[in-house]
Write a protein that binds this ligand. Structure first.
Ligand SMILES: [Zn+2]
Length: 491
């Protein structure tokens, strides 16, 4: 007794073909023509595509950042992800100040007790000493095989070059992958006060404080260190021509370097969005910043020619209009900002959000929602827009994320033996994106009003239906931690 997906068109990273697909228990057990439905529940997929569940390898759920916490947690964020066709994500565990990497893991495992979809963890190192260096390889036993280092956010997350280099040497020895946020944080820390001193305080100046050159410079620095150490490097959220050029150069030299971009960088620009009237631009503040139309074309080119391997989101959402409460008494009683508990007291309460940066762009919490929208907006602009094939779409959103981060072929493809994470995709159905109807815990959507064609209509995780049209069928605690393997390939 299984579930038989009949008459659909299966899309993988390499192929697109008509076939039936049988799921028994949690895995795909048979793919073939005209499979016998006797004894199985049949899902009629005529006119639909079957794709592997999306994997978003770059999310920040429930993150303490910028004087507040990101809105979506492992409850609301997971539900929103699944409604958008994403069934697995990897979140960034942050090493607590003065703490060990395992201290961070303990904290994130608590957050993940709410899990509704499958998830993994990267570990962001921010303080390195001999004990932490020794601790790095022990993460493999915990199913964590990727490390993240920030070359930006001075005095918050930023590490120096020695820390990056030494971490890479250890990671290379154990087949782990190092991810970097590549922006020169020292230069940013010099540019920002100068802009503010000139009275340049509106959201649009965020882009001037983090110009493309500092992303290109930091990308090149990390790429060169990867070449020197032989460490697999994955540059997150690449946005612009100088950064892509640095990655291309490293790849041409045979260095083990890869890159991702995030969906917002294909759509949003400084001129149209960040420079929007009033304080509107705060909605689009993230780092690195959104760029120009020219950079968008560079990114599409890099996605097409294989320079970029993955499209993710960097989902890290904050209220546009937050900051309703807390009372001074409540804040004093909750020094670590247990905002979920606070908001649970009264649904009109909201933790602080983007308004923290009114009158000072540097205080706008960095980040935006996107976890739910990623596959729909990139399908629409990429596949409907004839920029990428459906197979390349699956490769960028499902297969490559699984391969790079050691989850393949359990995740990221539809093959016999793979987890039955399945998206039934209706390529003809239209949907207009809006904060009024999205499932993310956020009062705005960066694609507000955009009509896309091609949406998930049913979403399954390990054979269990999570989404059926507008209906949510998932439950807390059903999401599982995905143990990942070291030694992933360089794509
Ligand atoms: Zn991020």
């Amino acid at each position: 007794m299984g579930t038989l997906f009949k008459n659909g068109t299966i899309i993988t990273a390499s192929d697109m073909f008509r076939a039936d697909l049988l799921v028994e228990g949690e895995i795909v057990t048979l793919i073939g023509r005209d499979l016998d439905p006797t004894g199985h529940t049949v899902v009629d997929c005529a006119g639909k595509y079957l794709m592997p569940g999306g994997i978003d390898v770059h999310t920040h759920l429930d993150l303490s950042f910028g004087g507040t916490y990101s809105n979506d947690d492992f409850n609301t964020g997971h539900k929103a992800a699944a409604f958008g066709g994403t069934t697995t994500h990897i979140d960034f565990v942050i090493q607590p100040p003065g703490g060990s990497l395992h201290d961070g893991l303990i904290e994130w495992r608590k957050k993940a007790t709410l899990a509704q979809i499958d998830y993994g963890f990267h570990l962001a190192v921010r303080e390195l000493n001999d004990a932490v260096l020794d601790e790095i390889p022990t993460l493999i036993d915990e199913g964590v095989t990727s490390l993240k280092l920030f070359m930006a956010y001075k005095n918050v997350f930023q590490v120096d070059d020695s820390t990056l280099f030494r971490t890479m040497r250890v990671a290379a020895k154990h087949g782990m992958i190092v991810m970097v946020h590549a922006e020169n944080g020292d230069v940013e820390a010099a540019l920002t006060p100068a802009l503010l001193a000139e009275g340049k305080t509106e959201p649009k100046w965020h882009a001037s404080s983090r110009p493309p050159e500092i992303e290109g410079e930091a990308t090149n620095r990390a790429v060169v260190m990867a070449g020197m150490t032989g460490c697999a490097l994955y540059v997150v959220h690449m946005t612009c021509e100088p950064a892509i050029a640095a990655l291309r150069r490293g790849r041409a030299l045979g260095y083990p370097v890869m890159g991702e971009t995030c969906c917002q960088y294909f759509f949003l620009t400084v001129d149209e969005h960040l420079a929007a009237p009033g304080f509107e631009g705060a909605k689009y503040v993230c780092s690195p910043p959104i760029r120009s139309k020219h950079d968008q074309e560079v990114l599409w080119g890099a996605v097409k020619d294989g320079t970029l391997a993955v499209v993710s989101t960097d989902h890290c959402d904050f209220w546009y209009e937050g900051g309703v409460g807390p009372t001074a008494e409540w804040a004093a009683a909750h020094p670590n900002g247990d905002w979920h508990a606070f908001e649970a007291q009264d649904p009109t309460y909201r933790r602080p959000g983007k308004e923290l940066g009114r009158g000072n762009f540097a205080k706008i919490p960095n980040g935006m929602p996107g976890l739910e929208d990623r596959m729909m907006v990139v399908w629409h602009a990429g596949v409907n827009g004839s920029r990428i094939s459906p197979q390349r779409f699956v490769e960028l959103h499902c297969t490559n994320p699984a391969k790079v981060f050691g989850m393949y072929p359990k995740k990221g493809t539809l093959a016999v033996g793979s987890d039955a994470d399945i998206v039934v995709w209706d390529p003809n159905k239209e949907h207009t994106i809006s904060a009024k109807t999205h499932h993310m815990h956020c009062d705005y959507n960066v694609y507000e009003g955009m009509t896309v064609r091609g949406v998930p209509v049913q979403v399954y995780q390990r054979g269990i239906r999570l989404v059926d049209g507008d209906q949510w069928l998932g439950k807390n605690g059903a999401g599982q931690f995905v143990r990942r393997s070291p030694g992933a390939p360089i794509l």
